[in-house]
Ligand binder design. Structure first.
Ligand SMILES: [Zn+2]
Length: 89
């Protein structure tokens, strides 16, 4: 897990205003928490947690994802993400 120290990236004035509004709306303590939460929400739309290795696997189709870490192909069947390890040999 990568941890960014505060202020390693800068927000524009507009963005700070947006983040502050979100902070109030979400009842969070500071801007950093807002960013963490937004990233977590956003990643769920494009990736899933690999059931095999715990890294994030990018969704390639509605019911399919590929893990770049362990190279599993993960498919959604009956609401459960199933990892299929690459067949070798
Ligand atoms: Zn994996």
């Amino acid at each position: 897990m990568i941890e960014y120290a505060p202020n390693t990236f800068a927000l524009s004035d507009d963005e700070q205003e947006m983040v502050d509004l979100l902070k109030e709306e979400m009842n969070l303590a500071n801007r950093e928490e807002v960013m963490h939460l937004l990233v977590k929400q956003a990643i769920q739309r494009v990736a899933i947690t690999c059931p095999n290795c715990g890294h994030y696997a990018k969704r390639t189709e509605e019911n399919k994802a590929e893990c770049r870490s362990c190279l599993s192909v993960i498919t959604l069947s009956e609401d459960i993400w199933d990892a299929n390890l690459p067949v070798s040999g």
